[in-house]
Design a protein around this ligand. Sequence first.
Ligand code: AMP
Length: 175
Amino acid sequence: MPIKSRVRTVPHYPKPGILFRDITTVLKDPVGLRLTVDELARRYRDMKIDKIAGIESRGFILAAPLAYVLGKGFVPIRKKGKLPAATIGHDYELEYGSDRIEIHTDAIEKGERVLLVDDLIATGGTAQAACILIEKMGGQIVECAFMIDLPDIGGRARLEQGGHTVFALCEFEGD
Ligand code: AMP
């Protein structure tokens, strides 16, 4: 498990009871970074993909090199108010309160096939909101790809129930 073994777990961050899965220890290691991007590239090289969308901010770190290696365009999906041109957004519920993500209205053409990338899937709320945005623009989600899945929290099941397929390079049981 060369990727999983490089992930650092930080207990009680950002608040008590959370086990934060820190990918900086994978990224700082040239082997870890290369394995991550290469493994994703191997999976997606032969799939028909037009754009790779990354979710702010850790999703950018994986989506951009993957887009570069595969020769595809990279599209950022950002938190509220960060994108400079015209956007559409989607509000989604968090454990406490709500959040909003946005995408430029010219980021995806109708009918384009989009791979969605983030570092980790927990509840799946963020990825589901991103899928809704991409589909609102007429994009088709090829798959949702993550470095880490926390399957016991149920995000994968949630995305699959919504008709999306999910791929993760490693899983951590529990939360
Ligand atoms: P969710 O919408 O619940 O699937 O949360 C996904 C987002 O929150 C991802 O962008 C992760 O970066 C971050 N996240 C949620 N839980 C964790 C965790 N235990 N460790 C690290 N990042 C997390």
